[in-house]
Structure formats: structure tokens, C-alpha cells
Ligand binder design. Sequence first.
Ligand code: SF4
Length: 249
Amino acid sequence: MIAREVEAKSVLTKSKLADYCVNPYSGCKHACLYCYVPQMPWNKNRFNRWGESVEVKVNAAEVLAHELEKAKRGTVMMSSATDAWQPLEQKYGIARKCLEALAEKDFPITVLTKSALVTRDADILNRFSEATVGLTITTEREEIAAIIEPRASPVQERFNALTKLREQGLRTYAFLGPLLPLDAKRLVNELEGIDFAFIDCLRYATPALKSLLEEKGWSECLSKKWAEEKRSELTRLLGEKGIEAKPLF
Ligand code: SF4
């Protein structure tokens, strides 16, 4: 894996997902096979193999602090085109420094990651008046996650991270998607106490991912009907635990 240190010109960008997003890295070592980021027009031909090279924005926190001086208050999402707590964050701590800059201004923050490393930053997240922290969970089956999301935290570590964040007083959510083959009951049983859960289907699959899912016997998640049935089951089970389900399809 190649990590290339770069100087960013801008870090706080307008977003359709929140008012702003902050991406401390370009590229993502997690290398999820369904990731749509390498297909974005601005990324085409930029990454030879997704997950094999990452640009580290070493000055991101300083640039962000400067941009926040002039920015209108709004919700900031970390992150939209990378995972801010991917393995490199352990060494560089850029997401943590960006959080510090945001906490200084107390802009509302919403976090989404597939890494248990986010628990390291619970202290800063607790300084915000409004902070919501989410972990993406696509299946409770480790053998599936290990192949489809090869370098993200194991699923049990993500469940444990949600518990730890909640115990530290943070508002937590699960992003259940893209739905991969799963046992809804077993999965929801691990989500005790979270505040809400988004549910989304697999919207994008390359021919290579489709072939892999078929070869492994996991191709049901390509079917809209299957996804709709899982959405209903998850919504019902979450409701029984008093967790609000927010389907996105
Ligand atoms: S964690 Fe997110 S950004 Fe990173 S590869 Fe997976 S889907 Fe893409």
C-alpha cells in the first residue's frame, strides 16, 4: 500500500449528504468491493487499484481551521469519499486533528466509519453540542465482510465500537447497507441501545463483484425483492427494540 503525503488546498467542501464534508484522505485502504468512490468522475483513472494507494492530506486540520473562520455554521460529515478512520489514521491522526478544529467552532458533526478506531476520539466527539457517530454494518457474517470489506474492522469490533461510544454518552447509529446476505435477528440483537439505523440496498456492483457474489452463493443481495424483504424484517426487529429505522430505498 502506498501512502503519499500531500498538501491540501481546501478541506471543507459543500455536500449533498450534509452541509459540508471533510475528507482527511483521498483513497481508502478499506478497499470495499462495492465502493462507488473510484467510479466518481473526478476519480476515474486516478487510482489504479482502489485500496492500494492513499493520499494523506497532512495539512488538513490547519486548512480546515482557516476555512472554519469564514464558514457559515452547518453540519459537517466525516467522511463522504474516504474512511477517515482507515488504518493510516492510527499513524497520522489527521481525522482527530480535524475533529479538534471542528470542536473549537462547535459545528454539528456526523461521523460514519467502518473502523473501531473511531472510539479513540470519543473524548473530542463529546465536546460537540451535537455529534452523531455511526458504524456501517452490511452483514453480521464475518466471512462475508472479510471478503467484501477486506481491510475494515471485523464486524464484531464495529458492534463493540457502537456499544463503547454509546456508553460514553454519544448519540449512535448504524448504517445497515449496502445489505449483504445476513441474519436480521442476529444482526439487530447486536445493536441494542443505538438511536437509529439507516437501511440501504446494494446499488452498485461491478461485473467482478457480481461474479464473486455468484461464485460464493451470496448473490441474493443483488435482488431488489430480497432487499425489500430484508428491509421489512430489519425495520420490524429494530422497532421491537425501540430503534427508529430509516430506510433509504
Ligand atoms: S470504507 Fe467507504 S470509502 Fe472506504 S472503501 Fe469502503 S465504502 Fe469506500
